[in-house]
Design a protein. Structure first.
Lengths: 441, 441
């Protein structure tokens, strides 16, 4: 019998620490990202966890031949950190010795080591395991880590408890036909469209809860905004006095997260040339007013008074940015007919709900609102909608045995990331997208 | 148009801060957890986000009648914090005024406000939205938050990048029949049994990655250890020199997480009466030796030389704890026949793999190992197993275009939580369990 020791884990030197080793020999590992032959020497770019490190190969110092290096081989190298004022980073990394750990079978069919991967979106996604190795492609997902991390940090500070709710469910929460079904040991089951029912139940337990997890929508839309599986950032909070408190919480969450990115993800923000939006006070506008404003401003006919067209969301954002400087806008009081059965209606006008969407750079990134907490009110609404109350017994348990006034929201992580990165298709901010045509890789 | 202000969010006073308000009036909100009538006064327990706060009701001070209070109603109260040396917390909370926010329709059919919920596991789970309101029941999940939080903190420090991989997939990663299938726009698709393929691909991108997300297993076992959906903590790391590095990483992760719980979750550890295991050096034993050790020590016949029986895992843990004091044990070198096609075989003996399980208090909580990174080696193994290489083209892309030596593991969050809480059924540590008979709530 042996033992596994609690050693201090050796990470090796991180690229970010190299400047502390001036004049010293260091050992680095990584993938050979790009070899650029010059006259008499070569630049060898090494891709590490978070950086691409430029090394200099010269026969004079190296104990190996340049020909031994192949792009996308993985290596361990010994190098010397030499002061070099002409370099952007202030030093030069002179390659000394080489150990090859693995070699690719062949050259990648897509060039991944240029500034951008020059390929159609289909090719980019078909070769995702490779194209993600591009410095900028992967930076999008490092930044996405930061967004989720910023949300979590903020929500923990605000005393939200993280939960893990089931994704295989007996009832869809959002209604409609856009739900995947599966055979669950002979019973029909579904993939959760949202953690709605569960996060509400957990408000009765922890008062404030959140979850960052996949949700599934069987929508047949093939657009730049739709995914059939995405990562939903959901929070739900009890003891609210108005649904505006949820919007305030989201404003603060977004603001805190942008600061978090500024502090810890400068590298990716710089690489992707992102200027973070500034959040001071997010403008709010009622749904009806927004519809009319867009119609008037752009001389458009309103086709559907009960919902937004994507084009209207874009135009509304343009107006708001022009008139207030804000890239975000809350649209409130959506029509009851377009909101789910659990949405609380405005007591002043039951045709409208105490709900909101948040639009950012022309795209809806959040839907939220206050929920019904009273048992009778919820049952009545189910009945009014012709829904079968029996089906919702386990959901209604919380209302029956007491729930505080509460509400919450869901934010699409990929949508927010894509807009933050100024991408025009949500797939660019989705690691391995699932859409009506895509199930691979 | 209005604006949503960046106000400082008012959380109200947290129960933990009450002692700072000695002699002052405070406003609190929460659920009425329990009312205990005494002679001339009453104890009123208020359930808040993380605490149960004891208040004193007396006609002398209160502006409302005790009869107005109903258990599980949600309220806002004004109270005075009075120095009281006989109290455990050092003060007494004297109720002054009351605002009722909501009332339950009826009394819960399960008594939830005693120390333990006295109910069968089926009743406990059938009434989950209510029984989770029990102070100890919910503490298990607060602790689970801490476990996931501790893992994340450690992995971020070790430069792992968090990823979100798809759960609807075209190919199962773990083989076998225990996979849920669904109709994906006319194509057959599956629910991911693990993020295996994707985390490996992402090692080619970020070198070190992790994911904490749901996985799905269509296993027909109805045992205390099996769930059909659970939360898997997966990490995968590149540039390893041996599979022992993965075990070292896990040891350090567990150690760091236990410290994290000690620092931030003392309240729940105390409430649940948990003594955290101590990790110094985790013993390791080879699979073959472990089988023989258990057979010899307990005079058992070995029925299956290629796998562990649950009883053997229990007995092995007993021996290890007795002889070394450790509640954890790594079992290494599992037979190739029992490991998936991507497991790397031991070059010294190809009947065995460079893999391990981690057992904790009698239960397997982790499976991990080194993976094949060479294209030809992986294709050969697929062929040897009679598998169709064509099916794995998108998985093999990373091998084809270059991968570092790598490996990783998956840890069952609910299993680890249940064992840490000394529960004998994993369902006790699962928020809303899914098993062969349970799809609700």
């Amino acid at each position: 019998m042996n033992t596994i020791k609690q050693i201090v884990i050796k990470n090796g030197i991180e690229a970010e620490e190299l400047k502390n080793f001036m004049g010293k020999k260091v050992t680095l590992h990584g993938s050979i990202y790009k070899i650029r032959k010059m006259s008499g020497f070569a630049f060898v770019l090494l891709r590490t966890k978070r950086a691409v490190v430029q090394c200099i190969y010269s026969e004079e110092f190296a104990t190996f031949a340049l020909e031994e290096l192949v792009e996308e081989s993985t290596v361990k190298v010994e190098a010397e950190v030499i002061l070099e004022e002409r370099s952007k980073v202030g030093y030069e990394l002179r390659l000394l010795s080489l150990k090859i750990l693995s070699k690719p079978l062949e050259e990648a069919p897509v060039v991944i080591h240029n500034k951008l991967v020059e390929a159609s979106i289909d090719t980019l996604l078909n070769y995702r395991p490779i194209t993600l190795r591009n410095e900028r492609e992967r930076a999008i997902f490092k930044l996405q880590e930061g967004i989720a991390g910023g949300f979590r940090k903020f929500l923990a500070e605000q005393k939200f408890t993280e939960i893990h709710s089931p994704k295989i469910v007996q009832m869809g929460a959002e209604g409609g036909a856009n739900i995947f079904s599966l055979n669950y040991f002979g019973k029909e089951a579904y993939l959760a469209q949202s953690p709605q029912f569960y996060k509400q139940m957990m408000v009765g337990v922890f008062e404030r809860v959140y979850e960052i997890a996949p949700v599934f929508r069987a929508e047949k839309h093939d657009t730049s905004r739709h995914l059939n599986e995405y990562t939903s950032v959901d929070f739900e909070m009890g003891y609210i006095e108005s649904f505006e408190e949820i919007m305030q919480m989201e404003s603060c969450m977004l603001k805190a997260t942008l600061s978090y990115l500024k502090e810890y993800y400068q590298k990716e923000l710089f690489l992707l040339n992102i200027s973070l939006p500034v959040i001071e006070e997010i403008p709010t506008i009622r749904f009806n007013e927004a519809k009319e404003l867009v119609a008037k401003e752009y001389n458009r006919t309103i086709c559907d008074m009960s919902d937004f067209e994507p084009e209207e969301e874009k135009l509304l954002c343009e107006i708001i940015e022009r008139t207030t400087g804000s890239e975000f806008v809350f649209v409130t009081h959506y029509p009851s007919s377009k909101r789910p059965f659990y949405a609380m209606e405005d007591p002043k006008n039951t045709e409208e709900t105490l709900s909101f969407d948040l639009l950012f750079r022309g795209l809806e990134i959040t839907t939220g609102g206050q929920r019904i907490h009273d048992f009778k009110e919820q049952v009545d609404k189910l009945l009014k909608r012709g829904m079968n109350v029996e089906d919702f017994q386990s959901y209604l348990m919380m209302h029956r045995y007491g729930m505080p006034p509460h509400g919450g929201l869901g934010l699409g992580l990929e949508r927010f990331t894509s807009k933050l990165c100024n991408q025009n298709n949500v797939r660019y901010a989705t690691l391995f997208p699932r859409d009506i045509n895509r199930l691979q890789p």
